[in-house]
Every structure is written in C-alpha cells, then in structure tokens.
Design a protein around this ligand. Structure first.
Ligand code: 5GP
Length: 255
C-alpha cells in the first residue's frame, strides 16, 4: 500500500478556504478531508461531520484531557482541535488527507508531520478581505474587527509554508490548488515506486531521492547524474529552479 500523506490549507478567516477545499474535493474525490472538532455553533450551509464535528465545551475539554487531539486552539472564543485517531487512521490507510487549520495549528502540525505539504491562501488585498468579511454577515462588528486584526498578524509571517495561493478569482485559485496537489501527488507516487523497487532489489533508498526526484519532475535533466557532487549540484539547481518558477503565486519557503 502506498503511504498516505498530508495537505494542510491555512488562511485567515474570509479568504475562501472552505470554498477552495470543497472545489478541490470535487476535483479529487479520493482525497480524505478530516474535519476538526469545534465548540462553535454550526453555520447555515455547514454539514455536521463533514465541515466540522460540532461538540459541546465539556466534550472538547474531555477529549483534550484524554490526549485525543494532535493540536487544538481557541480561536475567536471557540475551541477547535484536530482529532488524532481520525488523522492517524487515514494516513495509515494510505489516504491523501486534507486539513484546514489556522496558522498556529498549521505550525504545530508541521512539527508533527514535517513531510506534509502546507499551503497558505492569501486574499488579493486587505481591503478585499475586509469587504468579504463584512458582507458575508456571519459575525458581528466586534468579531469582524478581531478577524481582520488576526488576519494581519497571520499574513505577516508565512515562513514554513510550501506554497502561497492568492485567491483573487476562485476558479483560478482552485486551478492552482488542484495543480499543486496533483504535482505533489505525482512526486510522492514516483518516490513510492522507487522505494518499492529499491526494497525489491534489496537496495537502500537514500533520503536524497526526494531532492533528486523533485528535480526530475521539474526539469527532467538529472536522471543520469550520480555521485555526491552531482547530487548536491542537482539539489542546488533544484532549489534554483523552484525559486525562479514562473508561477508567481508559488514561493519557496521549504525548510
Ligand atoms: P471558522 O470558525 O471560520 O470555521 O474557523 C476559524 C479559524 O479556526 C479558521 O482559521 C480555521 O482554519 C481554524 N481552525 C479550524 N479547525 C481548526 C483546528 O482544528 N485547529 C486549529 N488550530 N485551527 C482550526
């Protein structure tokens, strides 16, 4: 069985990550979205157990106390958390798993799952973000202000994210998200097949295959290179390729 892996999308409130998540799942229905548990009330249009698992404050505290959450946060006065068992089970079963978290949650998950792919969704501008939050009408004035302030803080530090998508136009942003997930999935499949082949041939696959495969996917030029010097040259060229990528939304923030 192919190993499962993780995509995490993060965005300040009002950047359209829920819409993007639904669009991605419609395009790639084999991706498994693991909903968070939350104590916040259900919003119109949200489906229980699909968008969120809605729980009481007592249940949340009990699950946190029993160490059932990979991470948790209090956001805008409500509790949110990532159920450990659902996530671990989905990864063990080989699923491509999708999570939707705030910045802090994404950072904690990055430590627990360093191989995950972390994607940040940005609004085209603060003015537009403000307009979206004010017109959706799901928060009162005070809550809107808190969400805007926290968006400013979250956007200030994007270090640690693998990709940034500017959600100016939902169709374009969806295309980019789909392209990123397809590209990363193809890369993992390639690595998985190499590991399988290596295991069959009794060879040890080094961690470097990640870097080398990335270069092959990117430029298709390094498949005949061997040896330490060539490998590090390949890694340097790979980093360079990625930094000069023509896709302006993509930023190289990898560790
Ligand atoms: P909303 O109430 O607008 O759905 O979510 C508020 C914020 O909480 C969003 O930024 C959302 O991504 C974040 N969030 C949702 N689930 C979790 C979670 O399990 N952990 C953390 N840390 N943040 C979450």
């Amino acid at each position: 069985m192919k190993p499962g892996f993780l995509f995490v999308i993060t965005a300040p409130s009002g950047c359209g990550k829920g819409t993007l998540r639904r669009a991605l799942l419609a395009e790639q229905p084999d991706i498994k979205f693991c909903p968070s548990i939350t104590t916040r009330p259900q919003r119109p249009g949200e489906v229980r157990g699909v968008d969120y698992i809605f729980v009481s404050v007592e249940e949340f505290i009990e699950r946190k106390r029993s160490n059932e959450l990979v991470e948790w946060a209090e956001v805008y006065g409500n509790f949110y958390g990532t159920p450990k068992e659902d996530l671990e089970q989905a990864l063990e079963q080989g699923y491509v798993v999708l999570l939707e978290k705030d910045v802090q949650g994404a950072r904690t998950l990055r430590q627990a799952y360093p191989e995950g792919i972390f994607i940040f969704i940005l609004p085209p501008s603060f003015e537009e973000l403000e307009r979206r939050i004010r017109t959706r009408g799901t928060e009162n004035d005070m809550e809107q202000r808190i969400r805007l302030d926290s968006a400013r803080r979250e956007i200030a530090d994007l270090a640690g994210f693998d990709y940034v998508i500017i959600n100016e136009d939902i169709e374009r942003a969806t295309d980019r998200l789909v392209a990123i997930t397809l590209g990363e999935r193809a890369r993992r499949d390639l690595i998985a097949s190499k590991v399988q082949r290596g295991a069959r041939d009794g060879k040890l696959i080094s961690e470097r295959c990640d870097t080398k495969d990335r270069l092959q996917v990117h430029s298709g030029t390094c498949s005949s290179q061997t040896g330490e010097a060539n490998r590090s040259r390949a890694a340097r060229r790979c980093a360079c390729d990625r930094k000069t990528s023509s896709d302006s939304d993509r930023r190289d923030m990898r560790r």
